[in-house]
Structures are given as structure tokens and as C-alpha cells.
Design a protein around this ligand. Structure first.
Ligand code: MG
Length: 176
């Protein structure tokens, strides 16, 4: 990058805390149950995907990767790689989290919204929080998940699938 004076190159150091944004969507079409937010939910249909198609875990993982400046899920776990066929997305989250300590980074917190017209996810919210929090080694209160319907319209307005959005914050780990 060249500075305004046209002089030497500027070194832009990444600033922390870093904030990452994740989004994912998967279509219904697999046999049930539904795997979402790291838990198994009794539902007649599941989501289609290369791994276990857990859109919420994938959105959170992408948010963490983005916050750490580590690219995206597709780079680390490509769908062309047979190792990740049917893979547990909680395991993927654990592997993502393991990338941070060698860089001196730690996930400070994350927040996610799941958009699904069905099934009703509110009763499963706390179990999903616990599963994802455990995979990321996050303390209690460091992760929140909201569940929303889309009022019957929009790209996920019917029975087509599930969408998830997430943000995560990554900070530099300090010696305690
Ligand atoms: Mg995905």
C-alpha cells in the first residue's frame, strides 16, 4: 500500500479486537433428524450439505475465522475434500478454535441469529448455546443465539431451509 505522499510502503498491522461476520444457508432435503447449532433436533427432514450441513455452526465458524483474519470455512474445509463429508460441524468449530492460540488470539464472544420457519427452535436455544460454547471453549455468557422466523416470506420463508448469521470478536490473549 502506498501512502498519500507517494513515498514508501505502509505496513498495515491488523488491529485487535477483530470482528468477523458469518452467514450460511442450507436447504432441507436430507432425511431427519435436523442437526443445527451442534445438537440433534427431532424433525422429519434434515439439511443438505457436504458436512452435516449445520448452518448455524458454519456461520459462527466463518465469523471466528473472519475475526482472526484467517479466511473462510471453504478454504479450511473445502467441500471437495472427502475428509469433511458428513463431518460434525462441532468438530469443525473445535478445529477453527484451535487455529487461534498459536497466533496469540482468543475468541472473546459471538452472537448469532438463526432464521427458520420450521421447526420451532426456541426450545433448543440453550442446548445450542452450550454445544457451541463448549466447542469454542467460551465461558458462560460469551455466546448468544437468537432464533427468528421470517414471517412466511423471503428466501427462507417457507420450508426451504435454514439460514444463520453470526458475528464474533477475537482479541489478543493476555497473560493472566
Ligand atoms: Mg455450510
Amino acid at each position: 500500500m502506498v501512502d498519500a505522499t507517494g513515498g514508501g510502503a505502509l505496513v498495515v498491522e491488523r488491529r485487535h479486537p477483530g470482528i468477523g461476520l458469518g452467514f450460511d444457508v442450507h436447504r432441507f432435503g436430507a432425511p431427519g433428524p435436523l442437526r443445527l447449532g451442534g445438537i440433534v433436533i427431532d424433525h422429519p427432514v434434515g439439511l443438505l450439505g457436504h458436512s452435516d450441513a449445520d448452518a448455524l455452526c458454519h456461520a459462527v465458524a466463518d465469523a471466528v475465522l473472519g475475526a482472526a483474519g484467517l479466511g473462510d470455512l471453504g478454504e479450511h474445509f473445502p467441500s471437495s475434500d472427502e475428509r469433511w463429508r458428513g463431518a460434525s460441524s462441532l468438530r469443525i468449530l473445535e478445529l477453527v478454535a484451535a487455529l487461534l492460540p498459536p497466533l496469540g488470539l482468543v475468541v472473546a464472544g459471538a452472537d448469532a441469529t438463526v432464521v427458520a420457519e420450521q421447526p420451532r427452535l426456541a426450545p433448543h436455544r440453550s442446548a445450542m448455546i452450550l454445544a457451541i460454547r463448549t466447542a469454542l471453549s467460551l465461558p458462560e455468557g460469551a455466546l448468544s443465539i437468537k432464533v427468528k422466523s421470517s414471517d412466511g416470506f423471503g428466501i427462507i420463508g417457507g420450508t426451504e431451509g435454514v439460514a444463520a448469521l453470526a458475528v464474533a470478536t477475537v482479541v489478543r490473549e493476555t497473560a493472566s
